[in-house]
Design a protein around this ligand. Structure first.
Ligand code: ADP
Ligand code: ZN
Length: 606
């Protein structure tokens, strides 16, 4: 089959008219062109990098049907909804459909009424499906989540191995494989297994510039979660916790304060779990409190913040979990609440692991997470370094370290106060009591033990308890003191403590300059400048339309599109088309309603 080459003008016209975008994101154009040149492609692009467009655009320009193999049924529906919202003729075939629905898709396929067909890998391995493929004008094959083909990856799917047949079934068609995660080893494995033919290999940067990384000292976790949720009113967020119990408790606590929060973990019934996920996707719940069971299989692009209230298992997990925020490219905040005091709990679980290799792996992963959280190095640099990437800038301007909200202070004198309180009480007490002594607390325990007569009693009143707890945390981290095991852990001195007490060594601590100063990146500041009110009205309209059509709100328009629309406030169809994410079909479908809203808003403002 010979097909005319596609011109540059046609590519950009489709980008504009169908997707409503005015430029490509990094690497998209290269991939699109390779596919149009009938070349195989292997692309690693981070979440939110815009992988779908890389094959949806060529699918529209190449005659025939683009077949996409995708492992998650839930995601297929989302992808199809998204494509259809732009007027692309898309459908899926999977086990969730009734025979009638499947028949309809088949009829559309034979009538050449589809541009895009999503199928699950198990269907692709069926003989009768392959026979059907032979009778269809397939233009290209796409493998989404291609890392599932590798046993070295974290989501190996045996039925993905059947995909190695693609290149033989389609000897003359391009095969394009995409994934958001692949180490070099996994990448090589994927290339081998799929036997791609001289593919264009693209490895995009893993940097997610719109994510702000913030690590905070964890002292009162519930209050800190509430503060974070409160500072993001009406916005979508995920709070990750380790145990099912803490998920339930945190969700209930947020609900009791009036927040629209729901729990998500493997212990819930299937119905509850998918119901809660659905409510979140449809913007009916703002916060999902979840174990790491949550996240796979959601495409929601307008998640504005992710909180890790407990230590993540590994840097890789942390990157993936935070990566669910801000897929639309709009600013999003990732907060990790961290205290050295959390480490023994995690260690406890790791120590209980039977498999020695697994245990060593878990320990190695934990120590990298601790280094990430405890060091005063740019968080972005540390994350990228983990993926073997060198961050090229000295200051990322979008993490707590680079935004300079910290300073290093000498706290030798204060440390001596704590240590001396420990010495005078014969190293028999835990952190709470020691802090009570230096801050001059008037508790019954203090009086009963006569600790209000100690020389160190109340010497540290100039700082609050939070300060002292953080300093103790630092002493633990720097191995000045040690916590005993057991139900009532006590603190005891290590050799370095003696040097400190004698004044032969000094100690420094990293402190937030101001009280949890609100972090504002340039992008966040820009957000504040434009009309928040109009944006909110648009969100309400978007939700209304989404409900009428039975699709998630972000499929109607992404947050980015609404923000752009609010900023530009177009007054006519032409102006509307300048908004990023408004193509001809969306203009036709929703333009009138949004233009009406802007019109009313502007005349009210006058
Ligand atoms: P991925 O699958 O790589 O995570 P998606 O394909 O879901 O990413 O795209 C993420 C978001 O970026 C979507 O909201 C999409 O509409 C948007 N997007 C994709 N390409 C562009 C582009 N060239 N310009 C602006 N937005 C884009
Ligand atoms: Zn930084």
């Amino acid at each position: 089959m010979t097909t005319p080459t596609v011109t540059e003008a046609a590519i950009f016209a489709t980008l504009r008219k169908v997707f409503g975008f005015h430029e490509f994101r990094p690497n998209q154009e290269q991939v699109v062109r390779a596919i149009l040149d009938r070349r195989d492609v292997f692309a690693v692009m981070p979440t939110g990098g815009g992988k779908s467009l890389c094959y949806q655009l060529p699918a529209l320009l190449l005659p025939g049907i683009c077949m996409v193999i995708s492992p998650l049924i839930a995601l297929m529906k989302d992808q199809v909804d998204g494509a259809r919202a732009n007027g692309i003729r898309a459908a899926f075939l999977n086990s969730s459909q009734s025979p009638e629905e499947r028949d309809q898709v088949m009829r559309d396929l034979y009538a050449h009424q589809l541009d895009l067909l999503y199928v699950a890998p198990e269907r692709f391995s069926l003989d009768h499906f392959r026979q059907m493929l032979a009778r269809l004008p397939i233009s290209m094959a796409v493998i989404d989540e291609a890392h599932c083909v590798s046993e070295w990856g974290h989501d190996f799917r045996p039925d993905y191995l059947s995909l190695s047949a693609l290149v033989t079934i389609f000897p003359h068609l391009p095969v394009a494989a995409f994934t958001a995660t692949a180490t070099n080893r996994v990448q090589q494995d994927i290339l081998d297994k799929l036997a791609l033919r001289n593919p264009l290999v693209v490895r995009a940067s893993f940097d997610r510039p719109n994510l702000l990384y913030d690590v905070r000292f964890k002292d009162s976790v519930e209050a800190q979660i509430v503060a974070l949720v409160r500072s993001n009113p009406g916005k979508a967020g995920i709070v990750y916790r380790t145990s099912r119990k803490s998920v339930n408790d945190t969700a209930a606590m947020l609900q009791s304060k009036g927040f629209r929060a729901l729990p998500y973990h493997a212990g819930l019934s299937d119905g509850d779990r998918s119901g809660n996920q659905e409510a979140f996707i449809r913007d009916e719940a703002d916060v999902i409190v979840a174990t790491i069971a949550f996240g796979m299989g959601i495409d929601k692009s307008n998640i504005r913040y992710v909180v890790h209230a407990d230590l993540p298992k590994s840097i890789e997990n942390y990157y993936q979990e935070t990566g669910r925020a801000g897929r639309d490219g709009e600013p999003a905040q990732c907060t990790l609440l961290f205290a050295q005091g959390d480490i023994p709990k995690v260690r406890f679980f790791i120590d209980a692991m039977v498999d020695e290799v697994e245990r060593a792996k878990a320990l190695g992963a934990l120590s990298k997470v601790i280094a990430f959280a405890a060091n005063s190095v740019c968080r972005r640099r540390t994350l990228l370094d983990y993926f073997g990437e060198i961050y090229p800038h000295a200051n990322c301007n979008s993490c707590d370290i680079c935004l300079g909200s910290r300073e290093v202070v000498d706290c030798t004198r204060e440390a001596q106060m704590l240590l001396s309180a420990m010495v005078r009480t014969e190293e028999r007490f835990g952190a709470t009591h020691i802090v009570d002594i230096v801050t001059g607390s008037v508790s019954k325990k203090i009086r009963d033990l006569g600790h209000d007569r100690l020389k160190t009693y109340g010497v540290g009143r100039e700082h609050d308890k939070r300060y002292w707890r953080q300093l103790l945390d630092e002493l633990l981290a720097q191995r000045v003191v040690e916590r005993s095991e057991g139900l009532y852990p006590t603190l005891c001195l290590l050799p370095k403590a003696v040097l400190l007490l004698r004044g032969e060594e000094r100690i420094e601590m990293v402190r937030l300059l101001e009280k949890q100063k609100a972090l504002a990146t340039p992008a966040v500041r820009a957000e504040l400048a434009f009309s928040q009110e109009l944006f909110e009205l648009m969100r309400t309209l978007r939700k209304q339309i989404a409900d009428e059509q039975g699709i998630p709100p972000y499929v109607v328009f992404s947050d980015r599109t609404l923000r752009d629309m609010a900023r530009l406030s177009p007054r006519d169809a032409e102006g509307m088309l300048l908004v990023s994410g408004v193509g001809e079909v969306k203009l036709e479908r929703y333009g009138r309603q949004f233009l009406g809203l802007i019109d009313r808003f502007c005349s009210d403002a006058r």
